[in-house]
Design a protein around this ligand. Structure first.
Ligand code: ZN
Ligand code: ZN
Length: 535
């Protein structure tokens, strides 16, 4: 190139930094690697190791988010069509465990007798605490008496969930669905792909925006989104009761175009559409929270934190606001729940067989939006859509998101575990944020016995496969000590250099893997060739 270039010409060239990022993304190298120092405890030798940031959102690090999605895909497909129980029944307690449990039971009996006789229980309570520790030390999971040390409220609203109108079977511990046998003797173990939605809040057009915004029920939409995870939980309980076994699921929560959450469920085993329709109709979640009908504090007139009393007071009267527990206790027997969440009548259900194209297509659906925040799944690109997002955010602003929510102060109730600095309308809870659309729960809900593995186990599987493929010696974790490198340390790598190293490491790794694959392929073809030589 000769001659002068203008500023515009120069700006039209990409920067080196952008190019490195693009190369990193193409090769799946983490954009924000974390620098660790690995110290060999035997030799004292120190290495610099970069580990991926592990982000699950593409807005933070596309390569890491893609890897996280691949891992979820593996987890989803591994559990869906299992034909054997993934977790063996735990063995009966050993002698030591049984002994501690016996001591614990006796101590409880003595304590309860002492209490009934009006005697002190402090010593026995202490003994019980010690025994509980011995029980967990002996390797038993869970607590002997989960309700212990939890202060009991006078009245519980928890028992007030009405029983759903459904046939109930005893739930057997089986997690694997039934098989069906075709005429040719082949057995099938079908599984299902379900999609459940929220009810209608008013008619919407094909862009997901309300036909009549004024009558669209934003308050209800906001509350349903807030309690969607709890509703899904009720659904799985009912599903298990009706089907009579420990149904397992891998579910992901996503927004529809109208910005209401819906849930895709990969379920092990099947049920009929009629059964599903019945369960959906009978499933609801009642929210027994204090009333928010009356706004008591607004604008500049807000409750004030009063340190000496550890709570918020009415600025006009100096009166302490009712605590969370007081407010719950004030819910009378004739009161209605503050909200009842239900699914919409529309659902989608299809049977899916292991290893079919359908199965991988559904897994694609299930993991499609996992690298995006809920609010980023559908980009508003018309005024109507932007206004729709806006109005939903408005409805969520003063809606209490949890018992701890600052918004309770607006309705004259102290949030649970109050602390100074709470301002209604400025709760830090995720549910209120634009990008969460009212749903603050986890995006992927996996039942405990889905694949019998945690996400870390699945990650370990991948690593073990790689180590074997590359012929690397398995590192002994006990030999190394790890330290995070801080910006003020001498060996600190600035972000630009870290990114370069991240790309470099990845390229080397890709070459090594390609080489290992070639060798494996050569070995395979020499085994197959009749002369024993590589063909
Ligand atoms: Zn990353
Ligand atoms: Zn909140």
């Amino acid at each position: 190139m000769t001659g002068r270039t203008t500023r515009a010409d120069r700006l039209a060239h990409p920067t080196t930094r952008d190019a490195i990022r693009a190369v990193a993304e193409n090769h799946g190298a983490c954009l924000h690697p974390i620098q660790l120092r690995r110290i060999n405890a035997d030799t004292g030798q120190t290495d610099q190791v970069l580990i991926p940031c592990g982000a699950t959102l593409a807005s933070k690090c596309p390569p890491c988010a893609e890897r996280a999605k691949v891992l979820r895909t593996a987890q989803c497909s591994e559990g869906w069509h299992l034909d054997t129980e993934p977790i063996a029944d735990p063995p009966p307690p050993d002698e030591v465990q049984a002994m501690w449990v016996e001591h614990r039971a006796q101590a409880q009996a003595m304590r309860d007798q002492a209490e009934a006789a009006g005697q002190g229980t402090a010593e026995l309570d202490e003994l019980i605490g010690d025994l509980d520790q011995e029980i967990s030390r002996s390797g038993l999971r869970g607590k002997a008496d989960p309700a212990r040390s939890r202060p009991r409220r006078h009245r519980s609203t928890r028992g007030r969930q009405d029983a759903p109108d459904l046939p109930r079977r005893k739930v057997s511990p089986r997690t694997v669905g039934r098989t069906s046998t075709a005429r040719d003797g082949k057995t099938f173990r079908p599984s299902m792909f379900l999609t459940l939605t929220c009810p209608s809040y008013g008619r919407v057009d094909e862009n997901g925006t309300p036909v009549d915004p004024a009558s669209y029920d934003y308050a209800r939409a906001a509350r349903d989104a807030l309690h969607f995870a709890a509703l899904f939980d009720r659904f799985t309980q009912n599903l298990r009761r009706v089907l009579g076994y420990d149904v397992q699921y891998f579910a992901t929560i996503e927004p529809q175009k109208r910005l209401a959450p819906h849930v895709h469920i990969a379920m092990r085993g099947t049920l009929s559409r009629t059964e599903l329709r019945q369960i959906i109709a009978a499933t609801y979640h009642q929210v027994w929270w204090p009333s928010t009908d009356v706004v008591r504090f607004d604008g500049d007139y807000l409750p004030v934190w009063y340190d000496a009393r550890g709570g918020y007071v009415d600025p006009a009267t100096g009166e302490l606001l009712p605590t969370w527990d007081d407010a719950l206790d004030a819910i009378g027997p004739d009161d209605q729940p503050r909200h009842v969440a239900r699914f919409g009548a529309k659902f989608d259900a299809q049977g899916v067989l292991a290893g079919t194209k359908d199965s991988s297509r559904c897994i694609g659906y299930l993991t499609k939006y996992l690298t995006k925040q809920l609010g980023d799944c559908h980009h508003p690109d018309s005024d109507a859509q932007r206004e729709h997002v806006e109005r939903l955010a408005d409805a969520l602003r003063y809606e209490p998101c949890s018992p701890m929510c600052a918004n309770w102060l607006r309705y004259g109730v102290q949030p649970k575990n109050p602390r100074p600095g709470l301002v209604p309308g400025a709760c830090k809870g995720k549910a209120h944020r634009y990008d969460h659309l009212g749903y603050a729960g986890r995006r992927v809900l996996v039942s405990r016995k889905w694949s019998g593995k945690t996400l870390a186990d699945h990650r370990g599987d991948r690593q073990a496969w790689l180590t074997e493929m590359l012929g690397l010696p398995a590192a002994d974790p006990a030999r190394y000590r790890w330290e995070q490198v801080q910006p003020e340390d001498e060996d600190y790598l600035p972000p630009g250099r870290r990114l370069l190293r991240s790309v470099g490491d990845r390229l080397q790794w890709e070459n090594a893997l390609a080489e290992a694959r070639r060798r494996a392929q050569d070995a395979l073809s020499s085994e197959l060739s009749p002369t024993g030589r590589a063909a």
